[in-house]
Write a protein that binds this ligand. Structure first.
Ligand code: NAD
Length: 481
């Protein structure tokens, strides 16, 4: 049994309560670690440590802050295998994905913002020869970063890296469902020489630790990634306190496939965009709209490919393409949506059932990749976020019709468009209501680009300059000449 600890003021310590939460390996159903069940007392300790560290950290030259961050990224790279195994054990995703996707991206996040800060600058607005304005961008102070369970270290570092690079001190909370890699990360921060208090990681439940961070009167900005309902709760608490808020929330993303697409490229990528990470990526395309003339061809090729290629089972096995669902509660939620889809008149073309692998994973939470057709675009299955290995297929005849269906949900995070017609691609991309559009690709990420959603998918943007600006307060200084 591994006992995780909070990282406060540069030290690994037990929660004040002395209580722990059981942390389960979703592939085996066995508890493998215990996670601090912290509360507002731990958040207070973390806040005080961060506040005490702020003056020195914010005055440390950007280059020096960046150098410490680069050291952290190097140590993460050194321990890639350890971190990848930890992430897979905790989250259920295949080991190859942790090793080639998740952890390398966490390394890139730290490296990207650790170097970006040296190139960060602000604006000047001259008023002829009367005056000049310049924008001073200063760190905010102590900020809160709260992250979810689907891409644990990837999203945790995506938030804390720009916060630290800009000179803030951080109180961070990873998901209580997947706390393991954030704990290992705190050890690396100590080894890299990150000054005590600059980053504090408090483990525990959302309604205890998360809400203690969001309601803390002196934590001035909150960067949150998670569900839309939680985002609304956070906004309700933080808005009257006039905190800066960045909310990256749920999605129900359309994947729009026109008949003139490169069929083979589209097919291969659609398998990925539907089911990578068990469909537990906020950017997965869960509603697939196919132009009617290729609907049958697509349906049979897609079902065949998913059935033959997406081997479900032990995430540690290199042949596995689809690992375990992150928790028992989420497993049951996904299954309940498959039942709902049937009640709503859907036909399950493949999957839909629980998979029970032989051996060590016999008690894990596995669901076969599921493809459903025959549902109206307005039904709950097509409107609500399932966040698992479940997609629906719907035919369309015209651009107007597909845009109406694509834009019909409360969400607006990402969309994918497949066509060889450049004009049509740009036209549809402009009309889809989402923060991100991929044309003839999916999840192709440049860390400099703005990232985030519209409607109930969130408020604000992360990535590149957007993140550096979010974590700084802009002051205009006007000098009369
Ligand atoms: P969640 O909202 O349940 O939890 C996210 C984090 O918030 C966790 O650390 C949790 O402990 C904490 N939390 C819970 N209640 C809180 C409260 N009242 N106050 C403060 N913090 C609280 O989300 P989840 O189930 O962990 O993650 C899945 C969701 O995240 C999905 O909806 C998915 O679409 C979304 N997501 C969005 C993005 C994006 O970039 N837009 C990326 C990944 C995941």
């Amino acid at each position: 049994m591994i006992t995780l600890q909070n990282y406060i003021n540069g030290e690994l310590i037990a929660p004040v309560s002395g209580a722990y939460l059981s942390n389960t390996n979703p592939a085996t159903g066995e508890v493998f670690s215990e996670c601090p069940d912290s509360d507002e007392r731990d958040v207070d300790l973390a806040y005080v440590a961060a506040e005490n560290a702020f003056e020195q950290w914010s005055n440390t030259p950007a280059e020096k802050r960046g150098r410490i961050m680069l050291k952290i990224s190097e140590l993460l790279e050194r321990d890639l295998q350890l971190f990848a195994e930890a992430e897979t054990t905790d989250q259920g995703k295949p080991l190859w994905l942790s090793k080639n996707g998740e952890i390398p991206r966490a390394i890139s996040n730290i490296r990207f913002f650790g170097t970006a800060i040296e190139h960060f600058s602000s604006e000047a607005h001259p008023m002829g020869n009367h005056a000049i304005n310049y924008t001073l961008r200063s760190p905010i102070g102590v900020v809160g970063c709260i992250s979810p369970w689907n891409l644990p270290l990837y999203l945790f570092t995506w938030k804390i890296a720009p916060a630290l690079a800009t000179g803030n001190c951080v109180v961070a909370k990873p998901s209580e469902i997947t706390p393991y890699t954030a704990y290992l990360f705190s050890k690396i921060c100590i080894e890299a020489g990150l000054p005590p208090g600059v980053l504090n990681i408090v483990h525990g439940l959302g309604h205890k630790v998360g809400s203690a961070i969001t309601s803390h009167p002196s934590i001035k900005a909150i960067s949150f990634t998670g569900g839309t309902k939680t985002g609304a709760e956070i906004a309700k608490v933080a808005a009257p306190m006039f905190k800066k808020l960045s909310l990256e929330l749920g999605g129900k993303n359309p994947n729009i496939i026109f008949a003139d697409c490169d069929f083979e490229a589209m097919l291969a990528e659609t398998v990925r965009s539907s089911f990578l990470n068990q469909g537990e990526i906020c950017l997965c395309g869960s509603r697939i709209f196919i132009e009617r003339s290729i609907y049958d061809k697509f349906k049979s090729a897609f079902v065949e490919k998913v059935k033959t290629e997406l081997v479900v089972g032990d995430p540690m096995n290199p042949k596995t393409k689809t690992g375990a669902i992150v928790s028992k509660a989420h497993f049951e939620k996904v299954l309940s949506y498959i039942e709902l889809a049937k009640q709503e008149g859907g036909t399950v073309l493949c999957g839909g059932e629980v998979v029970k692998p032989d051996g060590v994973c016999a008690n894990g939470w596995f669901i076969a990749p599921t493809i459903i057709e025959g549902l109206p675009y307005t039904c709950r299955t097509n409107q609500e976020e399932i966040f698992g290995p479940v997609v629906t297929l719907s035919p369309f005849d015209t651009e107007e019709e597909v845009l109406k269906m694509a834009n019909s949900t409360e969400y607006g995070l990402a969309a994918t468009i497949w066509t060889q017609d450049v004009t049509k691609a740009h036209r549809v991309a402009q009309l889809v209501k989402s923060g991100i559009v991929w044309i003839n690709c999916w999840l192709l990420r440049d860390l400099r680009t703005p990232f985030g959603g519209v409607k109930s998918s969130g408020v604000g943007r992360e990535g590149g300059l957007e993140a550096l600006r979010f974590f700084t307060e802009a002051k205009n200084i006007c000098v009369k000449l």
